[in-house]
Design a protein around this ligand. Structure first.
Ligand code: PFF
Length: 450
């Protein structure tokens, strides 16, 4: 443990924290709904390929920059820059990532607020309060402002405790809880009528759409969002990893867990839709596509839970608790990005920095809520379609073109001395230099054109 900066106390602690950042609403809501609206298993195959071939190398770039810098994103990027323009570029990329993380948190907190109110709704029904239950289930300004603020306060409370006592401790508690609820729900849903039809729709690919540019753009965007790339979050988490740890395998574990949980969440959500259909709920739109996004989570699934009677209240509670936990382990990483910068750059104490930045993010979230129609979609597109791919690409350029190869190898070798002879080192430097920037650039341009 360093006396000045926090550090993850164990390998398990880092894996839970980084996987906690990666596993979020993007996996449990985003991935299954994208799969539902992009040709089922064809999307799954494209996602798996892109996650391992592009997102994992990019994740390794960010973790390595952070572990080498042992500092916030801006300082870490500056440490590998050589002259004046590179140092300015480092500031733009590092600070851009911090702003991107803050903006993602501002819309993520709104969605997480919906999840918490949906978790409490069955509790109100069980307690016999119809008024509270209706208020919790219907969109209103008061409900959205209150739960968004509540969620931000929860995030602030964890981050103010620091790396080991806040991020690591809570990730180690929440991630196993998330996994248990997820598996319990899958077992329950699989026993219902209609589940097997859903399983087939999810797992049998229609390969005709696999090279569709729109599908590839969505799959890469999903992989970047899911691994929290281009936000400086993985740089800062990398900076808390001890020099004794094997970075290559840590990054691989995080990618595997993230992809695995997205896959497993699909095993819950898609069959659940077909179970709902078997109970008479409409799951296809007028144009014949599976309903997705908010209609899926806030209409199809609640209709399914309602049809189950009293047990549906418990299932609904467990489902939305799962979503809320997933959101919280991700949101703490988003807040850590600006907080670590403020603490190190302006020598603020952690507690004040966390509350100050939490307050700024709450103001941005409230502004979005008050101008929902114009701002909500805009902030999501700005951060996830533009910010994350571009900043992720810049991190690859830093590692591939600016960082000296020998010094890069020295960093990767710490905790993993045999790396120079392994397959990772034979492929990764070329990958990060040419393949990742070109592929991310191509997908980015086609997303702009499309
Ligand atoms: N990876 C999270 C998810 O899949 O929901 C979202 C996320 C977390 C995005 C942290 C960006 C970030 F910095």
């Amino acid at each position: 443990m360093s006396a000045v900066r926090g550090e993850f106390s164990s390998r398990f602690g880092f894996i839970m924290a980084a996987a906690g950042s990666a596993v979020g609403l993007g996996n449990i809501w985003g991935f299954p709904t994208q799969t539902a609206s992009n040709g089922g298993a064809a999307f799954l195959v494209a996602y798996l390929v892109l996650a391992f071939c592009l997102a994992y190398p990019a994740l390794m770039a960010e973790l390595t920059i952070g572990r080498h810098g042992q500092a916030n994103a801006v300082t870490s990027l500056r440490k590998i820059s050589n002259d004046g323009w590179q140092k300015h570029f480092a500031f733009v990329v590092g600070f851009g990532g911090i702003i991107c993380a803050g903006l993602i948190l501002s819309f993520y907190a709104i969605v997480a607020g919906w999840m918490i109110s949906a978790t409490l709704e069955p509790v109100a029904t069980l307690a016999g309060s119809q008024t509270a239950s209706t208020w919790l289930s219907e969109q209103s300004l008061s409900r959205d402002l209150l739960f968004t603020a509540g969620f931000i306060i929860l995030t602030v409370a964890i981050i103010s405790k620091g790396v080991e006592n806040g991020i690591e401790k809570w990730s180690k508690r929440l991630m196993p809880a998330l996994l248990s609820i997820l598996f319990a729900l899958i077992i329950y849903v699989m026993m219902q009528d209609g589940a097997m039809t859903g399983l087939k729709a999810y797992l049998v690919p229609d390969f005709s759409s696999i090279l569709d540019p729109e599908l590839l753009v969505s799959a890469l965007g999903q992989a970047f969002f899911s691994l929290s790339l281009g936000t400086s979050v993985m740089i800062i988490y990398g900076s808390y990893i001890s020099k004794k740890e094997n970075l290559v395998s840590l990054g691989a574990y995080v990618t595997l867990i993230d992809v695995f949980i997205a896959f497993v969440a699909g095993l819950l959500i898609i069959p659940a839709m077909y179970v709902a259909q078997a109970q008479g709920v409409e799951i296809f739109s007028a144009t014949g596509e599976l309903l997705s996004e908010d209609t899926l989570v806030f209409q199809v699934l609640p209709a399914l839970f309602d049809g189950m009677g009293t047990i549906g209240l418990f299932v609904g509670f467990a489902f939305f608790a799962l979503m809320s936990i997933a959101a919280l382990t991700s949101s703490i990483s988003m807040l850590e990005a600006p907080v670590s910068y403020a603490v190190e750059r302006f020598s603020l104490n952690r507690l004040s920095a966390t509350w100050l930045i939490g307050a700024i993010i709450a103001v941005v979230s409230f502004t979005i809520i008050l101008n929902f129609g114009t701002l909500f979609g805009f902030v999501i597109a700005l951060t996830t379609k533009f910010g994350q791919p571009l900043l992720g690409l810049m991190c690859c350029l830093f590692v591939g073109w600016i960082w000296y190869r020998n010094s890069l190898l020295t960093e990767i070798q710490q905790g993993c001395p045999e790396v120079a002879n392994g397959i990772f080192w034979k492929i990764w430097p070329w990958y990060i230099k040419f393949i990742c920037p070109i592929a991310i650039g191509l997908v980015f341009v086609s997303s702009l054109l499309g």
